[in-house]
Design a protein around this ligand. Sequence first.
Ligand code: PEP
Length: 251
Amino acid sequence: MRRPMVAGNWKMHGTRASVAELIKGLSNLALPSGIEVVVFPPSLYINQVIEGVEGKRIAVGAQDSAIESAQGALTGEIAPSQLVDAGCEFVLIGHSERRQLLGESDEVLNRKFAAAQATGLQPILCIGETLAEREAGKTLEVVGRQLRSITEAFGVAAFANAVIAYEPVWAIGTGLTATPQQAQDVHKAIREQLAAENSEIAQGVRLLYGGSVKAANAAELFGMPDIDGGLIGGASLNADEFGAICRAAGN
Ligand code: PEP
């Protein structure tokens, strides 16, 4: 039985004051039991959030981490070991904004993925196709290649301790959501690709959907058999909306 997960990616949003407000809102939520909730604040506010949600069944993760697991001479980066030291449990790897706007390649992301796992951080690997790729009928090819980049480098066993987020790039922050069936079709293909190598790992790995999820569409998406929760961007900045999405995952 896979435990549903709702993950909130705050991206580059927030000030100390607005983060304090959001922590207050999240702390007041009655979260359903049986689901895992994680938030990903900007790194600058990770400590504030970890202290603020203490005892609230909300885990904290980072939106990115360095290619090396240990601290060292790498200006501007944060080592996975430092994130663990701060109390983080998860890290996003390969969000499309980093792949597309910052040019992060599969090779770089493989290093980040491995460095994170080496410290005990659980990576959430983000994969997904652009609109042009979908329109060209290449969705499964693109997602399959992004997934294979990890399995070829580290073996399918890498997903015994990782989460996958399928996020069609055309649905992120656009208000356009994949239909539950479109999302399910890709999630099923991801699981089948992993199952071809190891069915136990394929059945155990959590596959999140991300792309304009909100309270109004969450239940339908999370009701699909291969969708185990969501990676939520914009709607995670509103505690009440995020709480409603968490309740949808708990039903
Ligand atoms: C995201 O940033 O991962 C995301 C899914 O954003 P949004 O929910 O705003 O589309």
